[in-house]
Design a protein around this ligand. Structure first.
Ligand code: DGY
Length: 348
């Protein structure tokens, strides 16, 4: 699909993206926009090489693509200087290769913070209150009357929420769980989240002033402290060498038997095979997963676990957010091409 065929700068999007604002932004600034209409979900390096062709000024790509030496050198040969992921995470991008070939790399932070936090909160509730299991039970026609033991789950109020990685999304999630469900907080991050701490303190005082039990917060000295103490744990680190298999067999073993573990960051942060074994022998341990180690596949055995809620990487999937991500990705590429500031520069 081609927009503004006579535009001076050739910008390729490897996927169709929501809305038209991002297209207008580019075409209004003398860009010819080419959107790949290939039906297969994940494009190979060869597919993308064909899209880059002989002349290309910039590319908007997706987190499912492997942006490394081959693609950045091809983009440079084609005269390109700009690449943006339509995602905040850019573990699929080799920044060193991009730098080597003089290609600016952008990402799309900010617009997906609350949306992603909401999904992590949804997964926390769905897992804690066994919503998917109960839904399947209803649909299977198995409900034959109210019972005291039917789908008993965990009450979040007064429990402790554990956040690993208190950046933008982790902090937004923490606030939702604290304000929404009056949970106490324990978090682990390399940096101190003073804003989050101030929020919990102020909210605790507000509750107290209204005659309610205040909420508390604690910055954990180690990640293990969070795993041991929290009832609901949500993972929000970036994926790199240091966070690969952050949650492994040993760390699962120190978590509470009835804990809820949520991951809306990147799949390889959890050793998924170890998780499947843990779920099998700990039926009261529950997990809510938006991302998977071998995405789009699940490790064998995961789909059979009733104590797992699984959704297909939809954390940022709200219309407003996806349109915002597309717009920011376009702004990043446009900025570099036209010499305006790149909106979100991942090279920084
Ligand atoms: C991201 O932006 O990194 C998410 O995984 C997709 O929205």
């Amino acid at each position: 699909e081609v927009w503004n065929p006579s535009g001076k700068y050739r910008v390729v999007s490897t996927k169709s993206m929501p809305g038209t604002r991002w297209i207008r932004l580019l075409t209004d600034q003398d860009c010819r926009v080419e959107i790949c209409t290939e039906k297969k979900t994940i494009l190979s390096v060869d597919d993308i090489l064909a899209l880059i062709g002989d002349r290309c000024d910039g590319v908007i790509g997706q987190l499912t693509e492997d942006w490394g030496e081959v693609l950045f050198s091809a983009l440079k040969r084609a005269g390109g200087t700009a690449f943006s992921n339509m995602a905040v995470g850019y573990n699929n991008v080799d920044i060193n290769a991009a730098n080597k070939h003089g290609v600016a790399v952008g990402n799309t932070p900010g617009v997906l913070t609350e949306t992603t936090a909401e999904l992590a909160a949804s997964l926390s509730l769905a897992a804690a209150r066994r919503i998917v299991e109960a839904d399947q039970f209803m649909r299977a026609g198995l409900y034959d009357g109210w019972l005291p033991h039917l789908f008993v789950g965990n009450l979040l109020k007064g429990q402790t929420v554990g956040v690993i990685g208190a950046g933008r999304i982790g902090s937004a999630y923490a606030r939702m769980m604290i304000e929404g469900f009056k949970m106490n907080l324990i978090y682990y991050d390399l940096y101190q989240s003073t804003r989050l701490e101030k929020f919990v303190t102020a909210y605790g005082q507000f509750l107290q002033a209204n005659g309610e039990q205040p909420v508390t917060w604690k910055r954990a000295a180690t990640m293990e402290d969070v795993l041991r103490e929290a009832d609901v744990i949500s993972l929000h680190p970036v994926l790199d060498k240091t966070t690969y298999h952050l949650i492994n067999k040993d760390r699962l073993a120190i978590m509470k038997k009835e804990a809820v573990l949520v991951n809306a960051s990147r799949g390889p942060v959890i050793d998924e095979a170890a998780l499947v074994e843990h779920l099998k022998v700990n039926p009261m341990f529950r997990v809510g997963l938006d991302v998977f180690e071998d995405e789009p596949f699940m490790k064998p055995g995961l789909a059979e676990q009733k104590n797992a809620v699984v959704v297909p990487h939809i954390a940022s999937a709200s219309k407003w957010t996806r349109e915002g991500m597309a717009t920011l990705a376009a702004l990043n590429v446009l900025g570099k091409i036209k010499g305006y500031p790149v909106w979100a520069d991942a090279n920084r």
